[in-house]
Each structure stands twice: as structure tokens, then as C-alpha cells.
Design a protein around this ligand. Sequence first.
Ligand code: ZN
Length: 294
Amino acid sequence: MRKRGYTIMELGNYNPRESVWLSTDPLSGYNPVMEVEHYIDGEHNGGVFNSFNHNTYGYCYQNPIRYVDPNGKQADVTISKADKSITITQKFIFYGSEASSALSAKIANEISYQYNNYGGTVAYGGTKGWKVNFNISYETKTLAEAQELAKGNTDRKLNFIRIEKDKNRLGRSFMRQLGSNTGHWLVSDGLGESSTAPHENAHGLGLEHESDQRGRGIPNIMAARGTLVNSEYQYDPKAKSGAKGGTVNPIYRRVRNGDIQKIINNIKTDSNGNNYIGSPKIDNTLLDKTGHDL
Ligand SMILES: [Zn+2]
């Protein structure tokens, strides 16, 4: 399991049958334009006519007070000064009615692809030129198995994501809190092909929405539904900015160098000298079928 600049990760007592480690190579055939038909109609909830779509917190969180109360732990961080690389390790535990090996693989592959193909380097510790690798793995678990893993979990790389079909209390995929290691994602949001999963993961890594991205080129991963972007990245390139069809089509969102820099800026060190991203207390709160705390 050793890769260049990567740590050796233990698989614990899990069934190795579904423990999958992903290559950081680009996925062949990844074509966001061709996948537009698979994405749900982003205007279905009212588009720009729904005020939530203009609210910084609206896309994922209708409760900003809770949203800005970080209480999570998302990722293990390994820093190698020798080759100026930073490895962020995340393991996704997928559970819920729609969690399947095939879908888990698809989601994890999309996250790995987006987070390892931004290009460029970042600054860390006062020096530039650091390369960041994301080491993404996953397992598909039953609710009981996920609960067993989450109970008293101190492993910072574990993220617990409940997968359901098309309904939850917010009507869209979400992370429990900013910086949380638990979330509730909907298949109807195009998991694995729409950039929703990488977007939600960025919330887990502490990133907030970035509004009005006109003049910035390719929208970054933090463009929420309803965000204004250059016309070629709109649902309808011919639509007037902000009018119907004149907001970001999420399939164009990409993890950009600036996103990675913000994630790296969130690195902290605990009392044992271990690096991590997030708050010291790990969330670990699993969610029920509709997204309420269990
Ligand atoms: Zn969001």
C-alpha cells in the first residue's frame, strides 16, 4: 500500500473485500459536458427566483448559526518536507438505503479525480511550491456497521456519509456542519458525476460558498447553486446573467488551486504533533434516512 509520499494506512478490522484504494490518475472518459443530462434540473427548486439560491448558506444549510459552528474532523494530514508534499488522507464510510459498492466507487473516484487534478502548487509554512496529494479510500457499510465505527471514533480520516435517493430534511445533499465528518447526500444530486460530492467534501474540509464568480474563468468547487459565473458556465450560455438559466451549471465546477490553498490553510497540529484539518472534537454524528441526527 505504499505510494510515493504516501503514508501506509491500516485497514483495521474491516472486511478488506470492499476496501478500495484509488489511483490519483485522471479518470479516462471524464467528460462533464456529456454528463449534463444526468444532472438534475438545477432550476427545479425555483432557480434564481428562490431566495435561498442567493443566500450564502442556502444551498446546503438553511441554518447559518449551526453552519458556522464547526465541530468536526475531516482529514489526516502528512507533511513531507523532503519532497515538499502534503498528503491529505480521507476515508469515506458510505451507508444508507442507496449505498452500494458501485455507487461508492463512483463517488470516491469523482472526489479523488477532482482533488488531485487541480494543477499547481500551494504555499505552506511560509514557503511556496508544495504539492498536495489526496489519498481517498472508501468502504460501503450497513448502518449498524457504520454506527459501530463512529462510536467513539478518534480516526481523523473517517467520514460517514449517508446515501439516500432523493429526499431529506433540506431537500439537497449536505454536510452536518461546516467541517463535519458526517453528511447526507442524495443520489438525485448526481453523485459521482455532477461535482456535488466534491463540493460537499469541501464543506467538510471547512470551505464556504463563494458567490459571484463572473470574470474568474472556470467556477471553483465552492460555487453554490444560483452563483453568477461567466456565460459559458451557465445552464444556458445565452441567458442573461442571473436570469433563468443564467447561473452556474454545477457540472463545470472544479477544485481549483485556490481551494486547495484554503484547505491547506486549515491545517492544525494537535498536542501529539499530529497534523489535521478541522476542530479537535470529531463530529461522528450519524444521520437517519431523512437527515436528522441519530
Ligand atoms: Zn454547498
